[in-house]
Design a protein around this ligand. Structure first.
Ligand SMILES: [Zn+2]
Length: 325
């Protein structure tokens, strides 16, 4: 059983350090022994989202916020994922909310496939003193639920699982009307370069740093999305590929080889973009000319934000990627 953990760079370093040296840092909450119960469930709710039922359980513990607010946050994230995929990606899922005493913020999310009778199970650790503002700013809940929408891959392709969630999460939230396109393009301009290969890096299947895993994977997705849209005159995008993969049964509770998923995606868009790009990227470092890409898409960084240039050759591609429906 493989797990996906939403972590920032700091926790990533602790996890890698813990794995390498047998040390466990204070902040490294590596899941131990699978998705066991951290304590008794004190409340159970059911949400109807995108054609399925999500069971949301609360473990024992206190929140300053009313639990309805936390439940509303799960609902919003699930709706964004359902909007992107056209339905909730798995039939039946469970979310376990674990309050963490004397802490604040959405601390950690982990998602597993095939847990007992559940096709997918997400555990979210949320601090007792979390505010509504913290929930409003949170990306992790959506990121975790996106993990349900892709098959489980071998460890060398962990970058695809994390990169996909990193890329799809904000795009899905724009589609659901939660975020504005300006916000997510600003973030991509700021963060995508973290995914570029550094000196000494190998192909994306072989260099498993935090940057290459999360942002290298996201860069793969962005590059593929733009290429599919170019080749199809903007009639198809990565979203069509990803929906087809889910429709073919490619969800977290199934172990697949990555090329199988990519071939299904390519078939859905009538291109060879995904398999071709994977062949190019897997064994050797491929840099993306990001300044050129932003210019082509009509995205100009100004004063900590971005401005759009609608006369740019790829402006329509940019608009299609971040289109609210
Ligand atoms: Zn993740």
């Amino acid at each position: 059983m493989r797990t996906r953990v939403a972590v920032g760079l700091y926790v990533w370093m602790l996890l890698v350090g813990a794995a390498a040296g047998g040390l466990v840092g204070a902040g490294a909450q590596r899941p131990q022994g699978g998705p066991g119960m951290p304590g008794p469930v004190v409340a159970t709710h059911r949400l109807q989202v995108g054609g399925t039922t999500l069971q949301v359980d609360f473990a024992a513990g206190a929140f300053d916020l009313a639990s309805e607010k936390v439940l509303g946050h799960v609902d919003m994230a699930a709706k964004a994922v359902a909007a992107y995929y056209g339905k909730f990606p798995v039939v039946g899922a469970r979310v376990l909310v674990v309050p963490v005493a004397d802490d604040r913020g959405i601390l950690q999310g982990t998602t597993w496939g095939g847990v007992r009778s559940w096709p997918a199970f997400t555990r979210m650790r949320i601090g007792q003193h979390t505010t509504q503002g913290d929930l409003d700013d949170d990306w992790m809940m959506t990121h975790e639920l996106v993990h349900m929408a892709f098959p489980s891959l071998a460890d060398d392709q962990h970058w695809m699982e994390e990169g996909l969630s990193t890329y799809v999460e904000p795009v899905a939230r724009v589609e659901a009307g939660e975020l504005k396109p300006e916000q997510i393009w600003r973030d991509m301009v700021r963060d995508m370069a973290k995914g570029e290969p550094r000196d000494g890096d190998q192909g994306i299947d072989h260099t498993h740093t935090w940057g290459r895993t999360y942002w290298g994977g996201a860069l793969f997705c962005l590059t593929a999305d733009v290429a599919i849209r170019r080749e199809t005159h903007n009639r198809k995008g990565l979203q069509d590929a990803l929906r087809a993969i889910v429709d073919a049964g490619g969800t977290i509770n199934h172990d697949w080889e990555l090329p199988k998923a990519l071939a299904i995606g390519d078939n859905a868009t009538g291109t060879h973009v995904l398999l071709r790009q994977y062949e190019e990227w897997k064994d050797k470092p491929v840099a993306v000319d990001l300044p050129k890409l932003w210019e082509e898409l009509g995205i100009k960084a100004v004063n900590g934000g971005v401005e759009f240039v609608d006369s740019a050759p790829g402006a329509e591609i940019r608009k299609a990627i971040t289109k609210a429906r």
